[in-house]
Structures are given as structure tokens and as C-alpha cells.
Design a protein around this ligand. Structure first.
Ligand code: SF4
Length: 69
């Protein structure tokens, strides 16, 4: 059986915004992010154990930094 695809972030495309839309859209809270200061944050982390592969976050990332792999 093929392995289910899950969300993966391309760190080079991510702008590190603390207002990450993809993070907010994930209803399972599979995407978390540490904020460094008001306008800068770390690259969001995707918990592959929590991610169910719905693909919603892919559509919400304005930089197309998330792909399903
Ligand atoms: S694919 Fe769905 S469950 Fe997985 S991180 Fe994106 S929004 Fe969350």
C-alpha cells in the first residue's frame, strides 16, 4: 500500500512570517512555530504524526512553500 502524503515545508520559500496562514488553517494544530519577535519567527514545523494529509495548508501558504510528499 502506498504511503500517505503529508505536508512538508520548503524552508527556502518560507518568509518566516509569524502570521503564517498555513499554521492557522490546520485544524489539527500539526503546524507550530516559535516566534522570535513581533515580525520574525522560525520556519513553521509540521508534526508528521499529527498531519493527516488533508492538503489545506498547501492552498493557504502565499509563498507556495508547502508541498505534499
Ligand atoms: S495537510 Fe492538513 S493536517 Fe497536515 S499540516 Fe496541512 S492542514 Fe494540517
Amino acid at each position: 500500500m502506498a504511503k500517505k502524503k503529508k505536508a512538508v515545508i520548503n524552508e527556502k520559500l518560507c518568509d518566516h512570517s509569524p502570521f503564517c496562514a498555513a499554521k492557522r488553517v490546520c485544524g489539527l494544530r500539526a503546524i507550530t512555530q516559535k516566534t522570535k519577535w513581533l515580525f520574525k519567527a522560525d520556519v513553521p514545523l509540521i508534526d508528521r504524526d499529527k498531519c493527516v494529509g488533508c492538503g489545506k495548508c498547501v492552498d493557504y501558504c502565499p509563498h507556495r512553500a508547502i508541498k505534499m510528499k
